[in-house]
Write a protein that binds this ligand. Structure first.
Ligand code: BGC
Length: 396
């Protein structure tokens, strides 16, 4: 049974207050939504934050928080890895579907998975050959993706149970943990907070904050895979994608950036105008062959360095669901689910095959610690790492 903490009161006359009231008196079928568990029975849900046990790992309890707004959307977050377990959003006909890949029970996550929906850190994406230098010291990281380190190493931020606190203002939950000095080879004790907030405008906002007691490198993101037709509903190759990026960082055969910032113009990498993800994915273009599809960091066309700006827009033509990604980050990794290979069965009981989900990971560029010309990922004591990404859902 979900225990709900109700949404905070808002100024009289606001839509949220009205919808909260409507839910409470039970007069609005449109907001009597399905429970966030895709396999769960349809039950009325309350606006606010629900909380329930979701399993245990190494003797630690994992909790699932369900954020539900007054506009028909709910998001489930696990304290394990900060995983976004489900995102229920309406289609243009008001039909709810879970648009993120994942599992309906903890067993799937415990068995291992390709970073479904989790916080990725201490360094998202790859660091070449698992080594970097900082202030004259050489640091050695685990090689967990030959010959490089990937997504924080053997036991990255995705494999820890985080502390959690429900927000007093807004529909949200704040996760926190201390990453000790030397964890996975990284220097400095890192204090990290990741806050998930669901707005009444169907936006999931993620705010990252980190501080350190010694110089280190940080690159945090969320690794949600999306399928706007609903997870388990097949390929995302028909989704139409636009990226606000005129340049990208080409990679070598091990998916490490060469250091070049290349124009997308005239190549199948160009999403400055909307294109179906699959339209050119099989072109004989060296970068696509290396990645087995799209697995590239795009350099966002930013007007300045620290405001929230539109980075990507994705439309699923059949359901009409639209995802817009806004971020303060300089880059975004387009990953077209190239390494999904049918080895895991998702929440709906269907297997995930190549191209059944895409990720848009807002980030600093891969391998920045070894690339002096890329925006720096160094964090020093006394500084704050702050980053915000918004996944905004609507319909076309
Ligand atoms: C990487 C891919 C990797 C995937 C899953 C993405 O961020 O760029 O190369 O296969 O994550 O680990």
């Amino acid at each position: 049974m979900l225990a709900f903490r109700s949404a905070p009161s808002r100024p009289p006359g606001s839509l949220a207050l009205l919808l909260t009231f409507v839910v409470l008196i039970g007069l609005a079928p449109a907001v009597v939504a399905q429970d966030a568990t895709p396999t769960g029975e349809a039950t009325p849900v309350a606006v606010g934050v629900g909380q329930e046990p979701f399993g245990t790992v190494d003797g630690e309890e994992v909790t699932r928080y369900t954020l539900t707004n007054g506009s028909g959307m709910s998001v489930a977050i696990l304290t394990y890895g900060g995983i976004i377990q489900s995102i229920m959003v309406p289609s243009r006909d008001g039909e709810l579907a879970n648009v993120t890949l994942g599992f309906d029970s903890f067993d799937g996550y415990a068995a291992g998975h390709p970073y479904f929906g989790n916080i990725t850190g201490r360094y998202a994406n790859r660091i070449a050959k698992g080594t970097f230098e900082l202030e004259g010291e050489t640091y050695e990281l685990a090689i967990n993706n030959e010959p490089n380190t990937l997504h924080g190493g053997e036991k990255g931020f995705d494999k820890y149970v985080w502390d959690a606190a429900v927000l007093d203002d807004g529909i949200g939950v704040r996760l926190s943990r201390t990453s000790p000095n030397g964890e996975e080879g990284y220097p400095g004790t890192l204090e990290v907070e990741v806050t998930y907030t669901l707005t009444d405008a169907n936006e999931l906002q993620i705010d990252y904050l980190a501080t350190t007691d010694a110089p280190t490198v940080v690159n945090l993101t969320n690794h949600a895979y999306f399928n706007l037709a609903g997870e388990g509903n097949g390929s995302i190759l028909d989704h139409e994608l636009q990226l606000m990026a005129g340049n990208y960082t080409p990679v070598d055969e091990t998916l490490i950036p060469t250091g070049e910032i290349a124009a997308v113009s005239g190549t199948p990498m160009d999403f400055t105008e909307p294109h179906a993800i699959g339209e050119r994915i099989r072109d004989d273009f060296g970068q696509l062959v290396i990645g087995r599809g799209y697995d590239h960091n795009y350099v966002l066309d930013r007007e300045d360095d620290d405001t929230l700006q539109l980075a990507a827009r994705v439309v699923e033509p059949t359901s009409g669901r639209v995802l817009e990604v806004l971020s303060t980050e300089p880059g975004i990794q387009l990953y077209s689910g190239n390494f999904l290979d049918g080895s895991v069965i998702g929440a709906s009981g269907r297997m995930y095959r190549q191209g059944d989900g895409f990720a848009l990971e807002t980030q600093h560029f891969p391998d920045s610690p070894n690339q002096p010309d890329f925006p720096t990922t160094v964090l020093n004591p006394g500084e704050e790492f702050r980053s915000t990404t918004v996944y905004a859902f609507s319909t076309d």
